[in-house]
Each structure stands twice: as C-alpha cells, then as structure tokens.
Write a protein that binds this ligand. Structure first.
Ligand code: HAM
Length: 424
C-alpha cells in the first residue's frame, strides 16, 4: 500500500497554486504600502511560549497543540498561531530598539489538532500582521482599514467586519465576574462543555454553538457596558476613525476570541459562504503580551487570515497560472534544432514558451499547444527555414502574420511580453 498524507494536512497542488500566489503576492504588495515588513519565524517553539501567551485554559492549549518532546527532552510545539512566535522573536532580537513602531507580517503554516472539516484543517496557513509599539486607536483603525483594503484587492466583497472590545485588566475582571454570576443562575441550561468551563473561561460560553447555550445567554450582560473609561473612549475613537476612513463595520458585543492575550479592540472578518467556519480573518489588540513574554511594556495589535478559507471563497474566480506565450511547433530536424535555440532565448528573456521534445507529429504538437492554451503558435519546417520566414498564429482568433526568422526575437518580444503578463 502506498503512503498517504496525514488527515487534515493537505497538499497544495499546481492546479491551485495560482490562487495561493495571488493571495500571497497581494498581501506583500498591500502590506508594504502600510509599512509592514516580512518576518519569518520557525514552525516549532518551546511549548511554554504558547501556554503563557494563548492561555492555559483555551481550547488551543488544552486540546489542539501538536506537542512533543525532542531527543533532549525539551517540550516543543508546532506553532498553532503566529502572534506568540513573532513576539518572542521581537523581544529576543530587541526589535524595539530599532524603531518606536515595528510593523511586521508573516505567511506560513500553523498546526492545530482540530476535527477536520471544510475550512478547518490540522495544518492550515495564515497571512498575518502585527504592529507593535502604538496604542493610539488610530492604529486600530489603520489595521482594520488595511485588512478591508486587502479583501477588496483580492475581490472578496461578500465579507463583513465585526468589531468588539474586550476591555483591559482593569475592567475585564468585573465583567468576567458579572458574567459568571449570570451563568451560575442558568447552569442547568448550559451544555456539558460550558458547565465545565463557565467559571474558568466564561467568555467562551457566549461563543458556544449549542442551541441551549445560545438561548441561555441571550440576555447575557454585554462587555461593552462594563468597559472602564479608558477602554470606552478607545473603542469610541476606533469607531470614529473607521467612519472617517469609510471602512464598513458592525459591532458584535458577543464576539469573544479563542486566545487569552486580547485587550480592548477585537475583530473578525466573517462570511456566510463557508458554513460553520465563518471567520476568514481575526485579530485584536494585545497590550500586555510583550511584557507578559518578558519584553518591555509595549502595546500591540494584529490579525491573521486563514488562507485555505480565502482560497475556498475565491474558488469561482478561477485564478490561473499564465499559459505559455508561445508554442514552437516544428517539422524536421533542422527546424527542431532552430526552435530549441529560440526556446532557450525566449525563456532567458522571461517569456514562457514551450516546444515538443517527444518527436510527435505536427498535428499532435498543435493539439498540445491548444491544450496548454498557448497565446501564439509558430510553425517552423524546412520550407520556412529555407525561406527565412514563418507564420505566427494568434490562437484566440486564428489571426496570422508572417515573421522573419532571422529577427524572430525582435518581432516576438513586443507581442509576447504583452501576452506573458498574468491572467489574474
Ligand atoms: P485565530 O482566530 O485563532 O487567531 O485564527 C485566525 C484565522 O486563522 C481564523 O479566522 C481562520 O481564518 C484561520 N484558522 C484558524 N484555525 C484554522 C484551522 N484549523 N483551519 C483553517 N483555518 C484556520 C489567531 O491565530 C491570532 N494569532 C490572530 C492574531 C494576530 N491576533 C492578533 N494578531
């Protein structure tokens, strides 16, 4: 029996890669205009990093981490998210000494032992950004505007931005207790999972998908009514700034996040087109995280998008790798030799061209040119070689024009440069 891949960990095949590259390239282009620079961190970190940042009682740390001991008995974990490793690196390399604000972005695989289903995998990819050093609410708005800009740029308009505030260490404990008191009175209506976790992680109950929990928490106290003055003003200013920038959003006071490091603004970009996995991007402010991980007291805000979910949403757009600009079809040894050299020259000029290497008939070569969706085909036989000219055919409409073989490259260049631009 042949060996197959691991459940929930997918290959990304050449037929899908154009969409991935499009998403990645667009992120690089757009994030750069907001001043973000790429950072690459390892996929494995010390387990402690995630326990301390994401939180011991979260689903991720309790149930979903790929944790193992290496040969020296160190407990290591495949990163379940990117924020903690980026903060670890930021602190370790003292990036805070280089500038008062660090704007970083990252792309790469993350690992969570979740039950795989559409849009939820065990190895998945995130494109994320983290801005460290600024606590001004205008930065929250900038980050949200950048996220919205990205979605617009990749053509995903059927998504909506939801925002909330989770308060800070000054006001959250009060809200937490108010919520625990509220839940305690409705314990019998909660699902077994929430009965167990309501006292350790009461906010998660608001996020529970079970019908009975949803009903029981319908009138739950809102976090937004329990913000301290500072958090309240911050949240109001974020909204003002978003209005100024024309970034659309709605407030969802029941949005809680599955990671403990958040303070103040949190947000999700949601869609109705992915079934249960409705968040395509999520993030928020984490003003205490850098200090918690042993760094200076610096605020931060960021987000991560789930690339598989973006790819699913873009499925209908059929983003393709550009086809060959030219197919060189040949008849006879001399023509083949001539074409072989031209092929090489075209490729060195950055023009994607193809020819046959299997001795197929001219008809079969033309069939292949068709199959590859080549923009142009040129037929070169002994006659063409002796006359020094050949017919260049534009495949879209069959239009033909004579080209001089001695100046083939010069004549092809303007046509093919244009033809080899991407088909996105
Ligand atoms: P998160 O909400 O856990 O946040 O994940 C962010 C996004 O990653 C989700 O909205 C979803 O699109 C995608 N995602 C998460 N789990 C899976 C999965 N099992 N399969 C496929 N996609 C998934 C974070 O990870 C935070 N680090 C985000 C952040 C950055 N907050 C501040 N900075």
């Amino acid at each position: 029996m042949s060996i197959t891949g691991i459940k929930g960990m997918n290959d990304i095949l050449p037929s899908e890669i154009a969409t991935w590259q499009f998403l990645e390239d667009t992120a690089r282009r757009i994030f750069a205009t907001y001043g973000c620079q790429e950072i690459r961190v390892p996929v494995v970190e010390k387990t402690e990093l995630f326990c301390r940042s994401i939180g011991e009682t979260t689903d991720i740390v309790e149930k979903e981490m790929y944790t193992f001991n290496d040969k020296s008995d160190n407990s290591l974990t495949l990163r379940p998210e990117g924020t903690a490793p980026v903060m670890r690196s930021f602190i370790q390399h003292k990036l805070f000494n280089q500038d008062q604000v660090s704007k970083l972005y990252y792309l790469g695989p993350m690992f969570r032992y979740e039950r795989p289903q559409k849009g939820r995998y065990r190895q998945f990819h995130q494109i994320g950004a983290e801005i460290i050093g600024i606590d001004d609410p205008r930065m929250d708005a900038q980050v949200l505007a950048m996220l919205s800009h990205y979605f617009e740029a990749v053509g995903l308009t059927d998504v909506s931005l939801q925002i909330n505030s989770l308060g800070c260490p000054k006001c959250r404990p009060d809200y937490r207790q108010t919520l625990i008191d509220f839940l305690q009175q409705r314990l019998d209506q909660l699902c077994p999972d929430c009965q167990r976790r309501y006292a350790t992680n009461p906010l998660r109950v608001l996020d529970c998908k079970s019908k009975s929990c949803k009903e029981a928490t319908q009138d739950a106290p809102s976090v937004l009514d329990h913000l301290c003055d500072e958090c309240d003003t911050h949240f109001a200013t974020v909204q003002q700034c978003l209005n100024q920038l024309g970034t659309a959003y709605s407030i969802n006071n029941r949005m809680v996040r599955g990671l403990d490091y958040y303070t103040k603004t949190t947000f999700e970009m949601v869609t109705n087109n992915l079934g249960a996995q409705n968040a395509v991007a999520a993030g928020g402010r984490y003003d205490g995280l850098v200090e918690e991980l042993g760094g200076p007291s610096l605020p931060g805000i960021g987000f991560a998008m789930g690339v598989e979910r973006l790819v699913l949403l873009l499925q209908d757009k059929k983003i393709k790798t550009p086809p060959p600009a030219l197919f060189l079809a040949t008849l006879g040894k001399d023509a083949e030799e001539f074409a072989f050299k031209v092929l090489h020259q075209l490729q060195r000029e950055g023009i994607y061209a193809e020819m046959d290497f299997t001795g197929r008939s001219l008809k079969a070569q033309l069939r292949r040119a068709d199959k590859l969706n080549c923009r142009y085909t040129i037929m070169i036989g002994d006659n063409e070689l002796s006359e020094g000219s050949a017919q260049l055919k534009r495949m879209a409409d069959g239009d033909q024009q004579a080209v001089q073989l001695s100046q083939l490259l010069e004549q092809l260049r303007p046509l093919l440069d244009d033809a080899s631009t991407t088909s996105l």
